[in-house]
Design a binder for this molecule. Structure first.
Ligand code: CP
Length: 308
């Protein structure tokens, strides 16, 4: 049984296969066509225990464009609120014979636990501070399309790395695919031991951005910080907010990325976020649908229908 629980552990050929397939879905989506035979009769359940705009919507679109029946389970109106455990919720969904289970949870490891219980292929849509694998894949596809390659590029991942599953998945993917990866942020928001993952650490934004091809900005995840340890938005923006002055240290053709949701004026200046010469933020969203179609396609291959 195949799942997508993390980027860590994926080999370059598996990542390349997903990106190549996603590229074909970019072209299909742009042509306005669909491929509804592929997942006809399959059921996809979106099980989101945390808020989402991009990931949930794009999995729904991806499933529908491939012909799956898509159910969005709203946890806020589910029996989770009556005390049902994650395991009991999973067992209940399993009894309904779903084929693909897309899970977002605030606890790292929750999708791995579900994968041991359910018969469906489980896709991690973000778990705690652990991983967000489809985000890293869509980021890689965006980079590949813009730069023509991934290997050999220098990428700066900036901001709240400590609380970012997006950063962790990107570090694994980009180092595996041959990038030089830098993490840039205040010492309080760079996790101890991150250098062991093969990245260089910078606390000064100007030095960290010097000569880079790609600048990835991250949301300041105030909701995951202890009260009293949240930096003020004004001070944070002054030192680590990406404005044109700081971006000038990167290569002139550098691209600027943000996984969303953005906090304008905190980690990124609106003038940079909306600058068509550098910002690829909307393109990342488009790539998200194509990447999720590729993931659903590959995971459903060889998967016998989950029939009673
Ligand atoms: N990047 C991302 O995961 O966005 P959502 O939280 O809106 O899904």
């Amino acid at each position: 049984k195949k799942h997508l629980l993390a980027i860590e552990g994926l080999e370059p050929p598996a990542i390349s296969q997903l990106l190549d397939l996603a590229e074909s879905y970019v072209l299909l989506n742009r042509s306005g066509k669909t491929q509804r035979d592929l997942l006809r009769g399959r059921t996809l359940i979106n099980l989101f225990f945390e808020d989402s705009t991009r990931t949930r919507t794009s999995f729904e679109l991806a499933g529908k464009r491939l012909g799956a029946d898509v159910i969005n389970m709203s946890v806020s109106t589910s029996s989770v609120n009556k005390g049902e455990t994650l395991i009991d919720t999973a067992a209940t969904l399993n009894a309904m014979h779903c084929d693909l289970l897309v899970v977002r949870h605030d606890q790292s490891g929750a999708p791995n636990l579900l994968a041991q219980i359910v018969d469906a292929a489980v896709i991690n849509a973000g778990d705690g501070t652990h991983e967000h694998p489809t985000q890293a894949l869509l980021d890689a596809l965006t980079i590949k399309r813009r730069k023509g390659r991934i290997a050999g590029l220098t990428v700066a991942i900036c901001g709240d790395v400590t609380h970012s599953r997006v950063a962790r998945s990107n570090i694994h993917l980009l180092t595996t695919m041959g990038c030089q990866v830098r993490v840039v942020g205040p010492p309080t928001l760079i996790p101890a031991g991150v250098a062991d993952l093969g990245v260089s650490v910078f606390h000064d934004m100007a030095a960290g951005l010097d000569g880079v091809d790609v600048v990835m900005t991250l949301r300041l995840q105030r909701e995951r910080m202890a009260r009293g340890l949240v930096p003020s938005a004004r001070e944070y923006f002054r030192f680590y907010g990406l404005d044109h002055e700081k971006l000038a240290r990167a290569r002139p053709d550098a691209i600027v990325m943000h996984p969303g949701p953005m906090n304008r004026g905190v980690e990124i200046d609106s003038a940079v976020a909306d600058d068509p010469a550098h910002s690829v933020i909307k393109e990342q969203v488009e790539m998200g649908v194509a990447v999720r179609m590729a993931v659903l396609d590959i995971l459903s291959r060889g998967q016998g229908r989950n029939e009673p």
